[in-house]
Design a protein around this ligand. Structure first.
Ligand code: ZN
Length: 487
């Protein structure tokens, strides 16, 4: 009897292992994600042309278009100077494209195409975040070029992509190229402070009944070391972005002298609530964007990870536990995250505060909404007296598909410039202006056309932001390839 059960178990185990192995063997790289034989021509024909282009890039970087949340600190003269600089450096764009202004700093150029087919929108923003100059090795707005590297705020985020767009459009205009469809260039000057420029541009286009077949904004990039068990560089195209929610958990009551505190102070109660919130995270979900990323990149991983990603039906629960334990990006891909960012109580050591608060920053997965997230916090905080005040809020964006012409054109252009990368969708954890365009287009893709090492990724919004000349020239190449797809 025992031996029969044992044999049964053994047979089942062998079948189970076989299923896992067969799935893993069949989980091979798909042809559409890599190995393109078409190679993009260099962006410029000579070293002199290249140097002239880099000088134009430096001129854009030297304009201090710094956004501050405290708007009284913003120097709008710099934004006007940037507009003027664009006009001087890109005369053909200004002579041939209709320019309109929107919101506080939004610039929109319309390059008229041959047909009335759905247009495309190439987006970027020209404002940058403030710098802490003492922590920089070089002046942040001098755009110093040293040993093939340009140092300046905005090189990566994201005057670089703006430069790629205007350089390629100016060059195509010079060649007499007319695109098949209208191409809009949409540049906002207040993305970093969630300003009104991009929303105003969207309302303007919406008013004209325009439904773009592709909207391309900053987002993923050519990156390495981001996916378990994968050595190859990947081109990550954001097909959606998470929502955003700032909440303040507040308790108020009796303040007073700290010499005779009550049994439970406001601060202790808030701290206890935070611990309960931390112990009850949001449920994890493998949303379509993330599943597609795993099944695209997983095929190129080493054997162990291929085994896991080929058999998500079996390993999904294990991965969820693992990611939760690890925290960081993988965890953020599969759940709404909660980051406690602020705590406020008394200003003095010996005074009990009459009110205390904890600030939380949540990034919402599409499976949660602002309302459901607030309800979850109230539910798990376990203290009915805690007031949950919502400050800034927005739901996650919808997902754009990958079986579209828009995706194919962006993906093909990437493979023509960076031949050995794996193109994959991903869910963007940060926010971009492109979210506003989801109102008028189903094809909103987020890709910053540049290679970014792990170190460079850390420079975005940080100190010593810089880009190599090689990388920025590739950015221009990418936009040239993409624009030619609309001929
Ligand atoms: Zn940006």
């Amino acid at each position: 009897m025992i031996s029969k059960v044992l044999i049964c178990v053994l047979v089942l185990l062998i079948v189970f292992i076989l299923v896992l192995l067969v799935n893993t063997m069949r989980f091979k790289p798909s042809k559409s994600t890599g190995n393109n034989s078409v190679k993009a021509a260099p962006a410029y024909k000579s070293k002199a042309e290249e140097d002239a282009a880099i000088a134009r890039f430096q001129a854009l970087l030297r304009v201090k278009t710094v956004s501050y949340n405290d708007k009284s600190l913003i120097n709008y003269d710099e934004f006007k100077l940037f507009e003027k600089t664009l006009e001087t450096l890109y005369p053909l764009i200004h002579a041939n494209c209709e320019k309109t202004k929107h919101g506080t700093t939004g610039l929109l150029f319309k390059w008229k195409g041959k047909s009335e087919k759905a247009p495309i929108v190439l987006m970027s923003h020209y404002d940058v975040v403030p710098v802490n100059q003492e922590l920089w090795s070089k002046p942040a707005f001098d755009a110093i070029l040293e040993e093939g590297v340009i140092w300046a705020r905005g090189t990566l985020d994201t005057k670089g992509t703006l430069f790629g767009v205007v350089e390629s459009v100016e060059a195509q205009l010079g060649d007499g190229f007319i695109p098949d469809v209208d191409i809009y260039l949409s540049f906002s000057g207040d993305e970093e402070i969630s300003g009104d420029s991009a929303p105003s541009i969207v309302q303007y286009l919406k008013g004209k009944g325009i439904v773009p077949s592709l909207v391309l904004d900053e987002g993923g990039a050519i990156v390495e070391d981001i996916f378990p068990g994968l050595d190859q560089p990947c081109a990550l195209i954001g097909v959606g972005e998470k929502g955003y929610l700032d909440v303040s958990l507040k308790l108020s009551g009796q303040g007073g002298h700290a010499s005779a505190p009550p049994a439970k102070t406001l601060v202790t109660r808030l701290a206890a609530a935070l611990i309960r919130i931390d112990k009850n995270p949001f449920k994890s979900h493998f949303t379509p964007a993330v599943t597609e990323m795993f099944t695209t990149l997983g095929r190129y991983s080493n054997f162990t990870y291929r085994l896991i990603f080929a058999n998500l039906w079996c390993f999904e629960p294990v991965l969820k536990i693992l990611f939760k334990k690890q925290g960081g990006e993988m965890n953020a891909l599969i759940r709404t995250t909660i980051a406690p960012t602020k705590m406020e109580g008394s200003k003095a050591f010996n005074v009990m505060p009459p009110a205390a608060s904890i600030g939380l920053n949540l990034r919402l997965l599409g499976t949660d909404t602002v309302e459901s997230a607030v309800a979850h916090l109230k539910d798990v905080s376990g203290d009915a007296d805690i007031e949950v005040e919502v400050m800034e809020k927005r739901n996650a964006s919808p997902y754009s598909g990958t079986d579209t012409e828009a995706w194919q054109k962006v993906s093909a252009s990437i493979l023509e410039v960076w031949q050995d990368v794996i193109v994959s969708p991903y869910l963007m954890l940060a926010a971009s202006d492109s979210r506003h365009f989801c109102e008028i287009s189903d094809n909103v893709l987020r890709f910053s056309a540049m290679t970014l090492s792990k170190e460079e990724r850390g420079l975005i919004h940080g100190n010593d932001e810089r880009i190599t000349v090689k990388a920025i020239l590739e950015t221009v190449s990418f936009y040239q390839q993409l624009i030619h797809k609309f001929s």
